[in-house]
Design a protein. Structure first.
Length: 201
């Protein structure tokens, strides 16, 4: 089973409460999914993985990896892996990666650690809107679409690209339609803000 995620960052919400803010056009539906706190520890090998668009982390102690499959910094397309075994198999076949990946942390070193308070809404039954506030004072948001699927065809890479392009276009149209909800300006991701404040380890 593959999990694809397409996301677009925004600086912060332009309104204090999406549930009780009336604007034109209104969301077809909006549901508040609450808030949660999580602690992320990111790992790398002298920036080798991040230079390849691979982000390995422990979130609340659970291993995850996000693999960039297209897009740029603000409009990202990812395949997500979860669990130590899935990440081990991916790193074992990653071209050019020669580090011994045996062991709990795949032979990687910690490069960042921080805690985030996330608030989440679901708009129009499928668009995840999240706003994150970190313990070092940075705020950023994302609009996300996720798709989980099995594929038995011949060209998985082509299918994945087409599916993610379709998801990306849908997010673009959503954010244009509801532009009143999102602050203009250039967003900055949590890791970028962390490195600017503390430097790379």
């Amino acid at each position: 089973m593959l999990l694809l995620e397409v996301e677009r960052k925004f600086r912060c919400l332009a309104v204090t409460n999406l549930l009780h803010y009336e604007s034109i056009p209104p969301f077809q539906s909006i549901e508040y999914r609450g808030k949660k706190t999580f602690h992320d520890v990111y790992y790398d090998d002298s920036s080798f993985l991040s230079s390849k668009g691979v982000w390995v982390r422990q979130r609340n102690g659970h291993w995850q990896a996000k693999i960039r499959r297209g897009g740029d910094y603000n409009k990202s397309k990812f395949e997500e892996l979860s669990g130590h075994d899935q990440i081990f198999r991916y790193l074992a076949q990653l071209p050019g990666y020669t580090r011994n990946i045996e062991g709990e942390t795949f032979g990687l070193s910690q490069m960042a650690a921080f805690t985030t308070l996330r608030k989440r809404w679901v708009a129009n039954k499928e668009f995840n809107i999240v706003q994150d506030a970190t313990d070092f004072g940075h705020t950023v948001g994302e609009v996300e679409l996720e798709c989980q699927f099995k594929y038995d065809g011949d060209d998985l890479e082509l299918y994945r690209r087409l599916k993610m392009a379709e998801m990306d276009e849908r997010i673009t149209m959503f954010m244009q339609r509801y532009a009143w909800a999102f602050c203009p300006g250039v967003p900055k991701g949590k890791l970028t803000a962390y490195f600017e404040k503390f430097g790379r380890r």
